[in-house]
Write a protein that binds this ligand. Structure first.
Ligand SMILES: CC(C)(COP(=O)(O)OP(=O)(O)OC[C@H]1O[C@@H](n2cnc3c(N)ncnc32)[C@H](O)[C@@H]1OP(=O)(O)O)[C@@H](O)C(=O)NCCC(=O)NCCS
Length: 169
């Protein structure tokens, strides 16, 4: 399979925060942001694999800054690493200042998607070649995140998570 670059899967979703999507203190409800990130990441996975993709795991979410009612939110999702059938998708969330137009990073998340056929059976995806320094950094760390996710899901024995263990020795 011909390798692809992360930029080929880049998916950008821009939307407003409306009253029905906020919590009691008028900030974006966390579950709403998770759903928006899931949509963007799913499209990124589809763009990389050209297959149906399903969410296998939400590996990491950091709700670092609240996002207030009326904000313009931009979600950028890109495949950071492809394995056999699974893909790690890295998501950056930006909030745009209405007056200056300056975008500030509000949150980030990492999801795992699996490419599947019409019967939901995992299928192989193209390898990925990172280009920028940030893409290379995210690519390099993706294997230990995959191992951590599999260990937490009970799908890998901790002693088999060699890449992850190497962090602590
Ligand atoms: C995700 C799913 C397709 C995996 O199927 P499976 O039978 O476990 O298949 P496999 O064991 O071959 O795993 C497929 C890939 O997913 C990866 N994977 C499975 N669970 C994972 C997890 N928790 N974290 C990271 N990767 C995971 C495997 O490592 C494997 O990756 P690889 O092929 O790149 O090496 C299956 O569990 C599923 O359909 N889950 C429901 C998905 C869904 O409906 N999502 C929406 C939630 S509402």
């Amino acid at each position: 399979m011909t390798p692809k670059h992360p930029s080929e899967s880049l998916t950008v979703l821009t939307d407003l925060v409306l009253p029905s999507e906020t919590n009691h203190i008028n900030n974006l409800f966390g579950g709403e942001l998770l759903a928006r990130m899931d949509r963007a990441a799913s499209i990124a996975g589809q763009r990389h694999s050209r297959c149906i993709t399903v969410t296998a795991s939400v590996n990491h979410v950091a709700f670092a800054k609240p996002i207030s009612l009326g904000s313009v939110v931009t979600i950028e999702a890109k495949v950071s690493r492809a394995f056999r059938s699974s893909m790690e998708v890295y998501i950056d969330v930006w909030v745009e200042d209405r007056i200056s137009g300056i975008k500030t990073k509000a949150n980030e998340a990492i999801y795992t998607f699996v490419a599947v056929d019409e019967n939901g059976k995992p299928v192989e995806v193209a390898p990925i070649i990172p280009e920028t320094e940030l893409e290379k950094k995210r690519y390099d760390a993706a294997l230990r995140r995959k191992q951590l996710s599999l260990v937490l899901a009970g799908k890998m024995k901790p002693e088999e998570a060699t890449e992850l263990k190497a962090l602590f020795v």
